[in-house]
Structure formats: C-alpha cells, structure tokens
Design a protein around this ligand. Structure first.
Ligand code: ARG
Length: 271
C-alpha cells in the first residue's frame, strides 16, 4: 500500500484529573455501579495519557475537578471550541448537569470572549468532531440533532449530522475518529445508511474498524495528524493505522472505560 506522509501538528488540550472518578450511576451501557472502581489506577492511567501528549509536543491545560461530579474527567463533553469560540455543554442527564458551569467558568477565566450557552442538549466534542472546516455532529443518544443549527451559527461552518444507532457507541467519538481532514476511521454498524454515505462522501480515506477493536472503544482515539493515541487493547486497529503511515501510540485506559470513556473522552481539543 502506498501512503502519503502523515504530518503532525501541535495541539492544545484541556484535561480534568480523575480525582473524584467513580461509577455511581449508569447513563450508558458501559457503566455498572455495582462493580468497584480504583481511583488510584484511574489517576495513573490519566497521568500517563497526559504525559504521552506532552511527549508528543502538545500543550495540556487542566481544569480543577469538582467533588460530586464523577464524570468530569471526560473533558471532551465540556463544550466545543473552534477558532477560540466556545459552545458550552448542556447535558442530557441531571447527574452531569453541574459540569457545564464548571467548564464555562474555566473558559471565561481563560480569556475566551465568545462563549455561548446552547439551547439544545449538546455534549461537546463527545458528539462534535472537526474535519477540516466541516463539523460532524452526532445525535440519537446524547446530543440533540437541533444543536446543529447552533453550531453552524456560532462557528460559521457547515455541519453534517450523523445519527448514532448502537447504544454502546452513544457519543460520536466512540464510533468515529477523524485522523486528518481527509482521513477517518469508523465503526460502520454504529451509523445508519445516510450516515455511512455522508462519511464516504466526506473522507477520501475511510478505515473500517473491526468489532473487537470498536468494543474496546478503539475509536476513542486522538490524532495529531501523524500519531494516534488509542487504547493499547485495540491491537488490530493499531496495525491498520501503522500500514497507512500513522504511528499508533497505545495507552491503557481500562479503569476509565468502566465509565464508558477512553483517551478521547478525557481530552477536549482547544482549537
Ligand atoms: N460516563 C460518561 C457519560 O456517560 C462518559 C462520557 C464519555 N465521553 C465521551 N466523550 N464519549 O456521560
């Protein structure tokens, strides 16, 4: 296979330490409140992820975790940030509602001047992926389809709405990962026919991910255009990426997976 050269660009990420991480309620099929979680292990895995980003040359900001908000570690849901503008989060479930204000305060305190509170349910970059001047917006489980108009209005970018149909892949970033503006990887069974067609039209290279890799949230990955940080358990996917000229960087996020999230969920890109 002949591949073009993959180019990395430095990124800026926001992360939230898993100080208060626990599974105390179930709002997605991965969460089992009866099973124990290990806070120290979550902390080690999160710290390693942060270290990986720093070693790749990225900037990592952190937000202070709030007691009583065990899912706040999943920073991707804290909002959508493009061109320095912020669309804040509005969470589907009351258990996470308190996070929205904490993230808005963080943006306000860091000099972000265009910050909007959404009218519709919007779980941030968990359901919004940036693909080279187009926003891909997932709906069906968590974010509302109607938030697409708010995204288009604030950011001035076209929005492609994608319906999610498999409850295990409830946020767009569990079913699709944009590797660069022309390349993505996805789990076809998580989308309807219209969604699959829209993705085929948008990307020149579209990598199909196998069941076993999707089932360890292999798509919950973070690409800088060359390095792809993904669960170490997604071994076949790592091979597919390598063949196409990307450099897979495996991380173990198994403790945070008990909450239904991986590396990408723990990371909000500040564009
Ligand atoms: N327990 C969290 C929830 O269900 C996990 C969020 C995962 N975040 C993501 N970007 N997919 O809301």
């Amino acid at each position: 296979m002949i591949t073009r050269e993959r180019r990395a660009s430095a990124r800026r990420y926001l992360m939230c330490p898993p100080e208060h991480f626990a599974v105390t309620y179930a709002i997605n099929p991965w969460m089992a409140p009866d099973e124990p979680t290990d806070a120290a292990r979550a902390r080690r895995q999160w710290t390693r992820l942060r270290q990986v980003y720093l070693e790749l040359g990225h900037d990592v900001q952190t937000i202070e975790p709030v007691p009583g908000l065990p899912d706040m570690v999943f920073a991707a849901n804290g909002g959508t940030v493009v061109g320095g503008k912020v669309l804040g989060a509005r969470f589907r479930y009351p258990q996470r509602a308190g996070e929205a204000g904490a993230y808005l305060d963080w943006f306000a305190g860091r000099g972000y001047r265009e910050i909007r509170v959404p009218e519709h349910v919007h779980e941030g970059e968990g359901d919004v992926l940036f693909a080279g001047e187009v926003l891909l917006a997932g709906y069906g489980f968590r974010s509302d389809q109607a938030v697409a108009a708010e995204l288009a209005g604030l950011f001035g970018l076209p929005v492609v709405s994608l319906r999610l149909i498999d409850p295990r892949f409830y946020h767009l970033d569990t079913a699709l990962c944009v590797l660069d503006e022309d390349t993505a990887m996805y789990y076809p069974a998580a989308f309807d026919d219209a969604g699959r067609a829209a993705l085929a039209a948008r990307f020149t290279e579209l990598i199909e991910v196998k069941d076993e890799d999707a089932e360890v949230l292999g798509l919950n990955a973070v690409s800088d255009g060359r390095h792809v940080v993904l669960p170490v358990q997604a071994a076949t996917l790592a091979g597919q990426l390598f063949q196409r000229g990307f450099i897979p960087v495996g991380v173990d996020m198994s403790e945070l997976l008990k909450g239904g999230g991986g590396a990408k969920c723990c990371t909000l890109e500040l564009r």
